[in-house]
Structures are given as C-alpha cells and as structure tokens.
Design a protein around this ligand. Structure first.
Ligand code: ADP
Ligand code: MG
Length: 504
C-alpha cells in the first residue's frame, strides 16, 4: 500500500498543488518525517542528497506557518550556499501561494536593496545563508524573535564551511518556544552538539546513507596522461550529454570551460569567485540544456539539484571520499541512474586507490574508452569476481552482498531480459525522457519488427524511471532499429540506442 501526502496529514491545498506537479507519493524521508513535523516534534533527520528533504521540512512548515509582521519572519530555513537557498525558495514559493504565505531567500553576493524591501513588506518563511542574515539583522532589517519554526538544512555542510558560530548566534535569537528541524548527511560531531543544544527531545530519522544505497551510479576510474584530460572530458560529454565536471580550483574551472568550448562543447563554469548573477546564469544555461557541461568546484556545486544529469566527471580527483560522494551525488539523483568517471594521472594513483578503499569501491584504473562505459562499471560495495578486495574480510561479511542485492533490485521484467533468447538481441536505450513508459518503448521499436519485450528500468524504492531501458527483438530487426533510432530525438532528448552488452 502506498501512502499519499494527504494520508501523512498534509493539508489538501498543499497536497493538491503537489499532485498538479505530478508529485503524489512521498519519498521515504518525507513519509518518515512529515507526520512528526506536522505534530510539532523536533526532528533530527539524516538523509542523502536527492532524497527529498526540501518537502520533508517544507510541507510541515507551510502547513503551520503563521502570517508574519514586517521584518519578523515566522519560519526560518538556514542553508549553506546561495544556490541552495535559492533552490529551496523556488521549490516552496509556488506551494506557499496556495496557503497565502510568502517565501523569500536572502544570501550574499547580491545587492541589499531587493532583500531589504522584501523584508519590509513581510516575509513569512525566510530562507537564508547565515552570513547575509546576520548582516541584515545588524542593519535592523530582520528580527528573528517571532521565528518559531526553524530548519537547519545541510547542517553538516554549514559546519564544514565554518558557519557553526553564526548558526548558533542566529538560533539564540529565534523564539525560545520553537520547533527545530535539522537535516544533515551526518549526525555526529558538531551536528550532535547542535542537536543537543537546540533541539528538545528530537525524533531521529535515518534514511540509508548515500554511500551504500541511494547513490545508484556506476563508477569508473581512468588512468590518463595529464595533458589528455580535456580531450577525455570532451569525449565523455559527447557520449553522455548533460554532465557536471569537477575541478579542484576556480581557475581550473574557468580554464577547462574555455578549452571545452574550443573543442565544440558548450560549457559554463560555476564557482565561488563568480558573482551571484553569473552563477545563476550558468546554472540556468545548464538546466535548460543550452550548455552541456557545468564545470564546478566542490563548494559551488553542493546541494545543487539539476534533473537528468547523465554523468559526473572528476577532472581533478576528489580530495577525499566525502567529497567524492557529494560530487557523485549530483548524478543518479531521485531515482535516476548515472555514470561517474574519475580521471587519474599517474601521480594521483596512490591517493585515488586510498580513496577507493574509503568509499568501498573496487574498480580498476582502466584505460580510457568511452564505448565501454554504458552498461559496465562498478558500484559501491560491489566486488570484482576475483579482484583484490579493498576492505577487510570482516567488514566485507558485514554488508549485504551487492550481487544479490542487485538481483533483488531488478524487477521481474528486467530479469526476463537477462536471459538471452535464441536469435534475439537485447538493445540498450538511454537518455529517455522520464515520462517514457514500457508501452512507449514497445511502440517505438515495433515499427522495425516484432518486439519480444520492452521495459524502462525504474528505481525499486521510488518507482521512478532511471532514464534507460532494454528492448528485446529479433537480431536482424534490432540492427535496423538501432540505426534508425540512435541519435533520434524524443521530446527534445537525443536517444542513445545500442546493442546491450551481455550481463555476466
Ligand atoms: P535533497 O534536498 O534531499 O537533496 P530535494 O528536496 O532537492 O532533495 O529533492 C530532489 C528532487 O526530487 C527535486 O527535484 C524534487 O522536486 C523531487 N521530489 C521530491 N519529493 C518528491 C516526491 N515525493 N515525488 C517526486 N519527486 C520528488
Ligand atoms: Mg536539499
């Protein structure tokens, strides 16, 4: 039985507005935390990126928030970066209109004028980055003492970025009788202290961590020459489409974007050295598909959600396993699958192998080859058949065997496609619009012959399409279908259609 938002207690005016956007069944973190949030409990939630935290805290807030007096918001959402703050506002503002409330975001890097006049008019739900909010309070523009609904989003990142003292000063100014919702990828260290000091009898919800369950991506590591990295990056983007590329430095990001443009790949850079306007323009160009590559540094890309990012490329390897997971979490979000490639130079080999052990990923440093990527690759926690184990025997036996988990995960329909039928061919179709159904796939291919089976692969938990699927048909017809359909456009997306590699 699947629950609905209404069954969780979300008022119909909000649930109906969500349904109008096609959002009808709550994600696990939402199902877990919304009832407690509505009941007024403090919530301490651990959930990976892309799990749907914004609605998890946003819906209870919008259901309960009172109308604010000028300059005195009733609900406060603190977020680490301007992009995140803007994204939360964008997601909640249209819903808020249905309950007659106003959401606004304040952050640094832009002028004060618009923010001051918005606050003077009255903001019910204020989304804010800590630094700018403190500025506005100092200027007498904002007073937090009416804020009795408070959210800390991505609290671990705020701590990493040095915002802890600021966050505490701000919390101290909110209403002492308040409900505090805290969301974070980790709940230890500073975050545990924060929870202890500012929450009252919090209910703790832990969704599975990104590391093992939620990040449904395949990972590759390529051993490359330093001066070939740009070319390999261009090849990857040409193969996959929409990609986010990570560099270590801001200058590196700008340089790579320019070099990619020279190779004919539309690319935009986003990092902390650019103005808010430039960053927003870059993000818009990338979201809309005008640019195929977004080149970003770690901090700039944190929490950014862009739908249908096909691949993440670590142009410079991540600094550690945490950054690796955060970066890689930009793809394979919300039930989509993704491909992650790290470019490794000879000098970086040792560090990367160590990082692999920390991630619990067992992948060879392979020779660059775009054609080998699509349905091969390595999943976190999965062992190569006879390969060396990056983990000790003990911890290996602690975790579920990934091969078995993988089998359970596949639906019955998919399994049927694993079994070869004599004379028939399995065809891999990628870059499908999310709404494509099995029936759509079936009719698309049946123009070229009798289709024995067609299935879009979906995420077991969320039921959402992963953007690729398999079709089984006579080998001779399959060849023709591939020639006709590969590169053709479906709802503005260029399909990738090719012979599926046999599964082993
Ligand atoms: P997080 O903050 O945990 O990283 P978001 O709140 O940004 O994740 O959600 C990720 C994406 O999933 C967003 O595009 C959001 O609109 C979408 N989403 C959230 N909840 C649902 C749902 N119940 N059904 C379908 N899509 C959802
Ligand atoms: Mg979020």
């Amino acid at each position: 039985m699947t629950t609905t938002f209404a069954q969780l207690g979300v008022p119909s005016r909000l649930a109906d507005a969500l349904a109008a956007q096609g959002i009808t069944s709550p994600f696990p973190v939402q199902a877990a935390t919304i009832p407690d949030g509505l009941a007024g409990r403090d919530v301490c939630g651990k959930a990976p990126t892309g799990s749907g935290k914004t609605f998890a805290f946003g819906l209870p807030i919008l259901a309960k928030v009172e109308k604010a007096k000028r300059g005195r918001p009733r609900a406060l959402v603190l977020a680490p970066t301007r992009e995140l703050a803007e994204q939360i506002k964008k997601e909640l503002a249209p819903l808020a209109r249905n309950v007659g409330r106003h959401v606004f975001a304040v952050y640094g890097g832009v002028g004060y004028g618009g923010q001051i006049s918005a606050m003077r008019k009255g903001v019910d739900v204020l989304v804010a980055c800590p630094g700018r909010l403190e500025d506005l309070i100092e200027q007498g523009v904002v007073d937090l003492s009416d804020a009795d609904l408070v959210v800390l989003d991505e609290a671990d990142r705020m701590a990493d970025m040095g915002f802890m003292p600021s966050v505490m000063r701000l919390l101290d100014q909110t209403s002492p009788v308040r409900q505090t919702l805290l969301f974070s990828a980790t709940l230890d260290g500073d975050i545990a202290k924060l929870s202890k000091r500012y929450q009252t009898d919090p209910v703790r919800h832990e969704a599975a961590s990104v590391e093992t369950d939620e990040l449904d991506a395949v990972h590759h590591f390529w051993l490359v020459d330093h001066h070939d990295r740009t070319r390999h990056t261009a090849d990857l983007i040409n193969e996959f489409g929409k990609s986010i590329v990570f560099t270590r430095t801001r200058r590196g990001a700008d340089r790579l974007a320019k070099q990619l443009e020279k190779l004919g790949v539309r690319a935009v850079a986003m990092h902390g050295g650019r103005s808010q306007n430039q960053r927003q323009r870059a993000l818009d160009a990338f979201s809309s598909g005008k640019a195929r590559a977004l080149i970003a540094t770690d901090v700039a890309a944190r929490g950014i959600h862009v739908d249908e990012v096909a691949s993440v490329i670590h142009f410079d390897p991540a600094g550690d396993h945490k950054d690796y997971l955060h970066r890689s979490g930009r793809t394979a979000r919300a039930g989509a699958t993704g491909t992650v490639v790290t470019l490794v130079t000879h000098e970086q080999k040792r560090d990367v192998l160590k990082m692999q052990r920390d991630i619990d990923i067992d992948a060879p440093l392979a020779r660059p080859d775009v054609t080998s990527l699509v349905d091969s690759g390595h999943r976190i926690g999965e062992r190569r058949p006879n390969g060396p184990s990056p983990r000790s025997e003990r911890s290996r036996s602690d975790r579920p065997n990934r091969d078995v988990a993988g089998k359970n995960r596949a639906s019955k329909r998919q399994e049927r496609h694993d079994r070869p039928v004599a004379g028939s061919q399995r065809v891999y179709v990628a870059n499908l619009p999310w709404k494509t159904t099995d029936g759509d796939l079936h009719s698309m291919f049946s123009r070229y012959g009798i289709v024995e089976g067609a299935a879009v692969v979906t995420n077991r938990k969320t039921g959402r399409s992963k953007g690729f699927g398999f079709v089984e048909m006579a080998a001779k017809d399959a060849g023709e279908a591939i020639r006709a359909l590969n590169g053709s456009s479906l709802d503005g997306r260029d399909l990738l259609v090719k012979v599926a590699r046999p599964r082993n």
